[in-house]
Design a protein around this ligand. Structure first.
Ligand code: F3S
Length: 68
């Protein structure tokens, strides 16, 4: 089975930077606060948990974790 991959839909991201604040191991933000994924594969249950929280808290529903 394919490992799920963490993604940010750049078209939806509005730069709230909540993903980075909640999960700095998985996301970074640019000067405008727009997020990008720095590690797209989940190495531990802690990673999965952080990803799930970020997915839940992004106001724009821009983050997803899905199989390729
Ligand atoms: Fe963008 Fe959502 Fe993060 S709007 S910066 S993906 S919290």
């Amino acid at each position: 089975m394919t490992e799920p991959t963490l993604r940010i839909d750049a078209g939806r991201c509005q730069g709230h930077a909540i993903c980075y604040l909640l999960a700095p191991d998985l996301f970074e933000v640019d000067d405008e606060g727009r997020g990008s994924v720095i590690r797209d594969t989940m190495k531990s249950d802690g990673d999965q948990e952080q990803a799930a929280i970020a997915i839940d808290r992004c106001p724009e529903r821009a983050i997803s974790l899905r199989s390729a």
